[in-house]
Design a protein around this ligand. Structure first.
Ligand code: PGA
Length: 339
């Protein structure tokens, strides 16, 4: 059988060009990203696909699609680049400096806390560059499945994925309303009463939406959703404008228990107690830099977090926030032993 002869005939540069085209699904964007001309990108792609002996992309109209061979090559490219990056970081570490790139993908609520942690981390390790992607649960899980980042922050455990998880801070859900809302003065509001109100909800794919729907579904209640918005900040504005009430992470509500416009409602069974989890696929090999961040988080999250949680409504005893026992997992255990 004819072999592709990749090792002999393809170059790392061609793989880089292909990865960029495949990720951007655009020759133009890949050319911009790599500071190359479009014809150069097209030639490199053509040469690579000639070596492989199968087309890697298909152009239909203006859109580019990856063929099966292209999909498989994208996965391989990511593994190869990942491995080379890990090697580079290992070498820096051997030379006595922690340097390299840390890629994090986090759910929307974590953006209220992770940058504080990163501030400290970057001071401790000035050679490390960080990229932080903030998106919703579904997209974070998708990025994890595609192995796009080093570490992930989730608000609930993924059901089926085989991942190492480390809970690090409470992330309670509270109910917010406009200060002028009739329920604002009531005590111990029932879920049933709440379900009569118009709700402002996050988009499908959001973890907060999932948790909210589960809470009401468990009580046999269906929500009356008036509006769907893709950001916690936009929801706060809509609630303040009295368009409805919403369930949000306490981290997104201003520290002084609501602004002039927002209040927390006193609802039975709220706050819903949840955690943020640091997660990564069990079969992932962490880079030296990712390992350093994991250890930093295990060391510092509690210290920074306890201070931070004092200002969060819905948490009456910050020091006592119970961490669900993390499962005994090899990578997390290894990180702890190193301390
Ligand atoms: P979401 O997750 O951004 O997907 O809603 C946030 C959370 O679960 O805290």
């Amino acid at each position: 059988m004819e072999k592709a002869g990749l090792m002999k005939n393809a170059t790392l540069r061609q793989f880089k060009v292909f990865e960029s085209v495949a990720r951007n699904l655009s020759v133009t964007r890949a050319a911009e990203e790599l500071y190359l001309t479009q014809p150069t990108v097209s030639i490199q792609l053509k040469q690579l696909s000639d070596v492989i002996g199968l087309p890697l992309i298909e152009q239909i109209g203006k859109r580019i699609y990856l063929t099966d061979a292209g999909q498989a090559l994208l996965k391989t490219c990511r593994e190869v680049f990942d491995s080379l990056e890990r090697y580079e970081m290992l070498i820096s570490d051997m030379k006595g400096v922690k340097a390299g790139k840390l890629r994090l993908a986090v759910i929307t609520t974590a953006k209220y806390f992770i940058p504080r942690l990163l501030g400290q981390f970057c001071q401790d390790y000035p050679g490390i560059d960080v990229s932080l992607k903030v998106t919703n649960r579904e997209r974070v899980l998708q990025r994890m499945a595609e192995n796009q980042d080093d570490l992930y922050v989730l608000g609930a455990l993924p059901e089926e994925a085989d991942v190492v998880i480390e809970p690090f801070l409470e992330n309670p859900l509270v109910v917010v309303a406009a200060r002028s809302h009739p329920l604002a003065a009531e005590k111990a509001i029932s879920a049933q009463r709440l379900a009569e109100e118009a709700f402002i909800m996050r988009e499908p794919g959001s973890g907060i939406r999932l948790a909210t729907e589960q809470f009401f579904a468990e009580r046999g209640l269906k929500l009356n959703v008036r509006m769907e918005l893709g950001s916690n900040e936009a929801i706060k504005q809509a609630v303040a404008a009295n368009l409805g009430i919403a369930v949000l992470s306490a981290h997104t509500v201003p520290l002084e228990h609501g602004s002039e416009d927002l209040v927390l409602l006193d609802v039975k069974h709220f706050p819903i107690r949840r955690h943020w989890y640091l997660a990564y696929p069990r079969n992932k090999q962490l880079s030296v830099v990712a390992q350093a961040f994991l250890e930093f988080l295990q060391r510092e999250a509690k210290v920074i977090g306890d201070k931070y949680l004092q200002g969060i409504p819905g948490l009456h005893s910050p020091a006592s926030h119970e961490r669900p026992a993390p499962e005994p997992q090899p990578a997390a255990r290894k990180a702890r032993q190193k301390k």
